[in-house]
Design a protein around this ligand. Structure first.
Ligand SMILES: [Fe+2]
Ligand SMILES: [Fe+2]
Length: 144
């Protein structure tokens, strides 16, 4: 049950979210030790790692949150932009390859739990593919 007051600021809400993610993450990891099927264990572990991911990313986002949009919020990096762009493009292909791999693995197993996990990962790779396209589109529109 969420008891959110309209005057809560975004950063207060995000801080509370981080605490919630951490708290649920701990509960999931204790639960993982006490379920008796591998399917349940692996799905709970996947959820637990997701809570960790959410907490970590939100923590980083909080540090940068302020007046500028995150796309315009640039930091000085000592790297060649064109080389980085090429690497990002290479990653797009790698994500596609991983997605195809996972789909094929999912097709070849009759185990429902494993199929579910592999399909989750294939969806993740599909998302990663989109993330990279967004990054290229938003910040690497330079000619090489
Ligand atoms: Fe979460
Ligand atoms: Fe990936």
């Amino acid at each position: 049950m969420l008891d959110l007051k309209s005057e809560e600021t975004l950063s207060t809400l995000i801080k509370a979210q981080i605490r919630l993610e951490k708290d649920i993450g701990e509960k999931l990891s204790s639960l993982e030790q006490r379920v008796d099927s591998i399917g349940a264990k692996l799905l709970i572990r996947e959820m637990q790692l997701d809570t960790k991911k959410h907490a970590e990313i939100l923590q980083e986002a909080l540090k940068a949150a302020g007046t500028k949009s995150f796309w315009d919020y640039t930091i000085h990096i000592d790297a060649d932009k064109q080389t980085v762009k090429r690497e990002l493009e290479g990653h797009i292909k790698a994500e596609e390859k991983m997605m195809e791999h996972l789909k094929e693995e999912a097709k070849r197993t009759d185990d429902d739990a494993l199929k579910l996990l592999l399909n989750h990962f294939a969806e993740d790779e599909k998302k990663h593919h989109k993330y990279l396209k967004t990054i290229l589109d938003k910040t690497y529109k330079i000619d090489i």
